[in-house]
Design a protein around this ligand. Structure first.
Ligand code: CAO
Length: 559
C-alpha cells in the first residue's frame, strides 16, 4: 500500500470552490465514490475516486479555491509500489466533435452534480432526406440508463426540447433535440442503457428542409471544429428547454428541482418520491440539500398524514404550506423545546375547538393602588411583595362564586355543563422556556397575604422548573396578567376545558367623567375571553362589570 496524491482533475473552468468534503481520513472508498464537491459560479461537480483505496490525508478544506492539478488528498491504493501523483479522474482526451454551445465545459468524466441538459448535439454532416436520426451525444460515460422518455410518436417538438433523460449514479442529463420536427419513431425505451452514438429517435424535420444530421463526437478531427470534449453544462446558465410534451409532470418536477442546490443522487431520490426540492431545507454547506434532508422531508410528510384528525380539530383544515425562507436571506432553524410544543398544541386545540369571544372593559383601581402602596412596607415585613395580582385573584374568586357558569367545563360529548364547587384559579407565568400555568387552590378561602406568598412561590417554582404536576392541575379559570409589561388589551386563548380566561393589561391614568368633571383615575384594562358555547355575551359583560366594581372598592369583597 502506497500513498498517492490525488489531484484535482480537469474541471473545465479556471477554478472552483470546495463546498463539501465527502470523505474523512481513514475512509475506505471505491472507484467513483465522491471525494469532494466543487462549485464554480456555473456548475457543481463531484470529484470521484479514481480507484478503490483508503484515504490517508485530506489536503484541502471546505472553502478552498482549487484548479486542475492542485493536490486534493492522499490515498493508499493497493497494488502500487510507489507513491505516484495521479489525477482523480482521467482527463478525457479531447475529441474533435464540434460542440453546439459550451458555456461551462466540464470534462465529461467529471460527474456534474446538477441535473444537467446535455448540450445539443452538434451537426457533422448533411442528409438530403427529411427524416433525421438523433443519436446520444458524448455523455462522458457508457451504458447510462434512460429514466425518462419525454416525447411520443407524432409529437411536434421544438429545437432543444428534451427527448430523453439519462441518469447515471452521478449525473442526470437531458438529451435535447438538435432541431424542430415531428417524432416519427422512438428507438429506445425506459431502462435502456445508452452510450455515445446510440440511436434515440427518428424525426421528420419541420418543413422538410434538409438539416445537418447528428453524429456526436465523431472521432475524426475537423479543422473548423473547436477541439473540445462534448460537454455537460450546468443548468443555470442554459436557456430553458421548452416543456416536453409527454410525462410532463415528472419532467417539470425534475426541471424545477434543478434550481436547487443538490447532487444527482439527491435529485434521483427527490424524483422517486415526487419531492419538490423547493420545499426541502438543505442542511449541507451553503444550504446544499442532502439525501437525509429529502428523507426527513418525506418522513415528516408521512407522519403529517398519519396524524389523527384531532390535530386539526377534525375539521380537515389544510396545513400551512412550508416555504424555503432561505431564498430571501439568512435563516436559522431552532427546534421548539418540549414546553413550547405542548403549549403550542394546547393553544391550537383550544383555538380550534372553542368559539372564542373577548369582552373588553376597564377597572378603576385608583383606590386599590393607594391601598396596595400604603401596605408595601407591611408586605416587606411579612417577607412578601404586594402586587395587584392577589387582589385580582380575590376579586375574580368572588365573581366566580356569584356567577358559577364561569366556573364550569363543557362535558366531552358537549351535552352538559359541569359546575365545579371549588374555586381554583390558574395564573399564567412567563418563563424563559415558555408559558406555565400553576394553579392556586381554593382562592376564595385565602387572604391577600397568603395569595401573595403563594403567587410568588408558584411563579418562582415555574421559572425554576420545579412545579409538581398537581400544582398545575385542577384549575377552573385562568388569569393572564401582562400588567407589569404593557399593552392596552389582548385576546387571551381560553385554557380549555375551562370556559373563560381574564387578561389584565397595564393600568394607566385616564380622565374619567364623573358627571360634572373629569377625574384622574388609574384604569386597568380587562380582556375576558370566553367559550361562547357555555357563556353568553351578556354574562361576560356582567362579569367584567362586577369585577370592575369590586376592584374599584375592594371593601365590597368583604360583603
Ligand atoms: N398595571 C400596572 N402595573 C402592574 C400591573 C397592572 N395591571 N400588574 C402588575 N403591575 C406592576 C406591579 O405592581 C409591580 O410593580 P411594583 O414593583 O412597582 O409594585 C410590577 O408590575 C411587577 O409585577 P410582577 O410581574 O413582579 O408581579 P405580578 O404579580 O404583577 O405578576 C406574574 C406575576 C407571574 C403574573 C408575572 O410575573 C408574569 O409572568 N406575567 C406574564 C404572564 C403572561 O405571559 N401572560 C401571557 C399569557 S399568553 O395568553
Amino acid at each position: 500500500m502506497n500513498d498517492e496524491i490525488i489531484k484535482i482533475p480537469d474541471i473545465g473552468s479556471g477554478s472552483a470552490e470546495i463546498i463539501e468534503i465527502c470523505v474523512v481520513s481513514g475512509d475506505s472508498v471505491s472507484a467513483e465514490d465522491s471525494l469532494i464537491v466543487l462549485e464554480s459560479d456555473k456548475a457543481s461537480m463531484e470529484v470521484p475516486a479514481p480507484r478503490d483505496g483508503q484515504i490517508t490525508e485530506i489536503l484541502v478544506k471546505v472553502g478552498d479555491s482549487v484548479s486542475e492539478g492542485d493536490d486534493m488528498l492522499r490515498m493508499a491504493a493497493a497494488g502500487s509500489s510507489e507513491a505516484v501523483a495521479v489525477e482523480a479522474a482521467p482527463v478525457v482526451e479531447e475529441k474533435a466533435a464540434p460542440v453546439a454551445e459550451a458555456p461551462v465545459p466540464v470534462v465529461a468524466s467529471v460527474p456534474v452534480v446538477a441535473s444537467v441538459p446535455v448540450v445539443a448535439p452538434a451537426a457533422s454532416s448533411v442528409q438530403a432526406s427529411s427524416i433525421q436520426e438523433v443519436h446520444v451525444p458524448d455523455i462522458g460515460s457508457e451504458n447510462v440508463p434512460i429514466i425518462e422518455i419525454c416525447v411520443a410518436v407524432g409529437d411536434e417538438i421544438a429545437e432543444e426540447d428534451s427527448l430523453v433523460v439519462l441518469e447515471s449514479d452521478k449525473a442526470t442529463m437531458e438529451v435535447p433535440s438538435p432541431f424542430a420536427g415531428v417524432i416519427k419513431e422512438i428507438c429506445v425505451k425506459e431502462g435502456d442503457a445508452m452510450s455515445q452514438g446510440d440511436l434515440v429517435v427518428k424525426m421528420e424535420i419541420t418543413g422538410g428542409t434538409a438539416v445537418p444530421v447528428v453524429e456526436v463526437a465523431a472521432p475524426t478531427a475537423s479543422a473548423q471544429a473547436p477541439a473540445a470534449p462534448t460537454s455537460v453544462v450546468a443548468s443555470a446558465p442554459q436557456k430553458a428547454a421548452p416543456q416536453a410534451p409527454a410525462k410532463k409532470n415528472l419532467v417539470e418536477l425534475e426541471k424545477a428541482n434543478r434550481d436547487f442546490h443538490a447532487g444527482p443522487a439527491v435529485r434521483k431520490l427527490a424524483r422517486e418520491f415526487g419531492v419538490d426540492l423547493s420545499l426541502v431545507k438543505g442542511s449541507g454547506p451553503r444550504s446544499r440539500i442532502l439525501k437525509e434532508n429529502v428523507q426527513d422531508y418525506v418522513k415528516a410528510k408521512l407522519s403529517e398524514k398519519a396524524k389523527p384528525a384531532a390535530v386539526v380539530g377534525g375539521a380537515g383544515i389544510p396545513p400551512v404550506p412550508g416555504q424555503d425562507y432561505a431564498k430571501w436571506g439568512e435563516i436559522e432553524e431552532v427546534a421548539l423545546n418540549r414546553l413550547r410544543k405542548v403549549a403550542a398544541r394546547n393553544f391550537q386545540r383550544s383555538w380550534l375547538n372553542v368559539p372564542h369571544v373577548t369582552q373588553f372593559d376597564e377597572a378603576d383601581i385608583t383606590e386599590l393602588e393607594s391601598f396596595r402602596k400604603a401596605n408595601k412596607a407591611m408586605a416587606e415585613k411579612k417577607g412578601t411583595k404586594l402586587t395587584p395580582l392577589p387582589f385580582f385573584l380575590k376579586a375574580v374568586a368572588y365573581v366566580l362564586a356569584e356567577m358559577p357558569q364561569f366556573c364550569t367545563s363543557l362535558s366531552e360529548d358537549g351535552e352538559s355543563v359541569i359546575y365545579k364547587k371549588y374555586i381554583n384559579i390558574g395564573v399564567a407565568v412567563d418563563t424563559p422556556d415558555g408559558l406555565l400555568v400553576p394553579v392556586l387552590k381554593n382562592v376564595d378561602q385565602k387572604g391577600i397575604w397568603e395569595l401573595s406568598r403563594e403567587c410568588i412561590e408558584l411563579a418562582g417554582k415555574a421559572r425554576d422548573k420545579k412545579l409538581k404536576p398537581d400544582e398545575m392541575q385542577g384549575g377552573c379559570f385562568t388569569i393572564s396578567s401582562l400588567g407589569s409589561i404593557g399593552g392596552t388589551a389582548f385576546t387571551p386563548i381560553v385554557n380549555a376545558p375551562e370556559v373563560a380566561i381574564l387578561g389584565i393589561s397595564k393600568a394607566a391614568m385616564k380622565p374619567v367623567w364623573n358627571g360634572k368633571d373629569f377625574d384622574a383615575k388609574l384604569m386597568c384594562p380587562l380582556s375576558l375571553s370566553y367559550d361562547h358555547r357555555v357563556i353568553n355575551g351578556a354574562d361576560a359583560a356582567r362579569f367584567t362589570s362586577m369585577l370592575g366594581n369590586l376592584l374599584a372598592d375592594i371593601r365590597m369583597l368583604l360583603l
